[in-house]
Design a protein around this ligand. Structure first.
Ligand code: FAD
Ligand code: NAD
Length: 481
């Protein structure tokens, strides 16, 4: 007789563990299968995000940013610290400790909420049956009323630069280097490339980034992307756009990268090469031929807006389905599915998914940008405010960048917000909340913000939509009649 559950979740990344915990909270008998193991060989729940993604990268980004502040900025603020140096092994220890704390935390949450954790591999069979293979021991068949697939994603590999785990690394390898190599090449100037390129550049490596596209960060507002490109180049990232990597060779403990650009054939020699050209949905070994779940043409599990697959009672959430590959998007999908299984009716608002690149300054955006609206022929109004006019940003000597608010000229509703600046990751939440509540630029303008705060830049950008910003010259073209 098969073990029976109300819900089986496959994958304990952010999408899967949120789904599992919420199902258990709602009174469902829930099991969660996950195959990840930590450095100690024990189950390490939390998926890519906690083990090899969001959290370890932010531990290194925060530590390396503090190093740069202490080294290059403190003296200007009247703080003498003497010689400042990186201790990379210690940074890695800090990162590992945070990861361990959080992955054990998920195991604790499973226990506290009554989720049965099943370390090992899960495979979906027909009729909501799941083959569970523990790390040690024989497979057995489980049954459930509902199955939630949350197997996540893995790095894309390219033939021109096959990963070898020693010289040519994916993001996981790039988070684990024991010391800063003298030279680092990065293929792809996207989110991972910029974050990990920043880490190693701050820790002393010369970093060259080879990006295939001619445009830098095409998903970001053009002006902010140009500002960011200028800043990152000034910080030392050698970002080369419009380059096509044609091959790599490891010779004498160096990686020789061949690439083409406008000028013709080029070569670059680096100590380590990081490949960061995107991620792909991971479904290897997950689906039996007769399980009824279909993939789309790009290999994502095909689902509708409610994360329902083509197999009755089977859902899929997170990186393995369409939409941005972001932890918080997967978390919300996991929660939505859990609630819908128990008859509630929430939906995920895919128009208000915030994105953040954790460089310094950070880049954050939500909703639609001015360029995007113009491209689709839709009218919009914009208001901008530079951090150079923010008292708090100046006081902190961290006043680069700006906030841009985009609104509908008919209704004044906020359609999007883009920020390049200090703590953009925190500030963007204001736009997300505003958009969830259909707020207008006027609503933001009439709201009181504490002074002095960086949030005032959001307030002023909203005021600027109608030419009412106080601390910058007004933009007359948006002035209300
Ligand atoms: P995953 O986190 O990939 O988890 C899937 C889990 O399922 C894994 O543990 C996997 O081992 C397991 N699994 C897969 N198949 C099976 C199977 N058949 N049986 C059992 N277990 C299985 N996103 C952000 O929002 N913010 C960030 O700052 C951020 N930083 C990132 C930095 C890096 C370097 C990387 C690589 C990613 C980053 N991301 C970030 C993306 C984020 O990590 C992912 O969007 C998120 O982890 C996806 O969650 P998920 O639950 O869908 O899948
Ligand atoms: P990405 O799509 O952000 O960037 C990949 C970049 O590589 C693109 O600019 C692309 O044009 C370029 N590229 C692709 N093929 C190339 C080639 N052959 N040569 C040169 N350049 C090439 O992907 P990523 O940076 O690998 O990140 C993967 C996913 O992980 C993203 O979807 C992202 O959302 C997620 N992630 C999020 C965060 C965050 O939220 N802060 C951080 C890291 C990763």
């Amino acid at each position: 007789m098969a073990d029976k559950y109300d819900v089986i979740v496959i994958g304990a990344g952010p999408a899967g563990y949120h789904a599992a915990i919420r199902c258990a909270q709602l009174g469902l008998k829930t099991a969660c299968i996950d195959k990840s193991l930590g450095e100690d060989g024990k189950p390490a729940y939390g998926g890519t995000c906690l083990n090899w993604g969001c959290i370890p990268s932010k531990a290194l980004l925060d530590a390396s940013h503090k190093l740069v502040e202490a080294r290059d900025k403190f003296a200007d603020l009247g703080i003498k610290v003497g010689r400042v140096a990186a201790d990379v092994p210690k940074m890695m220890e800090h990162k590992a400790a945070v990861v361990k704390q959080l992955t054990s935390g998920v195991a604790g949450l499973f226990k506290a909420n009554g989720v049965e954790d099943l370390p090992g591999t899960g495979k979906l069979l027909a009729n909501r049956k799941v083959e569970y293979t523990p790390h040690e021991g024989d497979s057995r068949t489980l049954e459930a009323e509902s199955v939630i697939l949350a197997p996540g994603s893995v790095p894309v590999e390219i033939d021109a630069a096959p990963m070898d785990g020693q010289y040519i690394l994916d993001s996981t390898g790039a988070l684990e280097m024991e010391k800063a190599p003298k030279t680092v090449g990065v293929i792809g100037a996207g989110v991972i490339g910029l974050e990990l390129g920043s880490v190693w550049s701050r820790l002393g490596s010369e970093v060259v980034m080879l990006e295939a596209l001619d445009d830098f960060l095409p998903q970001v507002d053009r002006r902010l992307a140009q500002d960011a490109l200028r800043t990152f180049r000034k910080q030392g990232l050698d970002i080369r756009l419009g380059t096509r990597v044609t091959g790599t060779e490891v010779k004498n403990r160096k990686v020789e990268v061949s690439y083409k650009d406008k000028e013709g054939d080029q070569t670059l020699k680096v100590d380590r090469l990081i490949v960061a050209v995107g991620r792909r949905p991971f479904t290897d070994g997950l689906l039996s031929a007769d399980c009824g779940v279909n993939l789309d043409e790009r290999g994502f599990i095909y689902v509708n807006d409610l994360c329902v697959t083509d197999a009755p009672g089977v859902y899929a959430v997170g990186d393995v389905v369409r939409g941005p590959m972001l932890a918080h998007k997967g978390m919300e999908e996991g929660l939505m599915v859990a609630e819908r299984i128990t008859g509630r009716k929430p939906v995920v608002n895919y128009d208000a998914v915030p994105s953040v690149i954790y460089t310094h300054p950070e880049i954050a955006w939500v909703g639609r940008s001015e360029d995007e609206l113009k491209r689709s022929g839709d009218a919009c109004q914009v208001g901008s405010f530079p951090f150079a006019a923010s008292g708090r940003a100046l006081a902190a000597a961290d006043a680069e960048g700006s906030v841009k608010v985009v609104t509908d000229p008919e209704t004044d509703r906020i359609l999007g917000m883009q920020i390049f600046g200090p703590q953009a990751s925190e500030l963007i939440a204001q736009a997300v909340i505003g958009m969830e509540f259909s707020a207008s630029a006027e609503d933001f303008g009439l709201t009181m913000f504490a002074h002095p705060t960086l949030s005032e830049a959001v307030h002023e950008a909203a005021l600027a939509v109608h030419g009412h910003a106080i601390h910058v010259a007004s933009r007359k073209r948006n002035k209300k009649k």
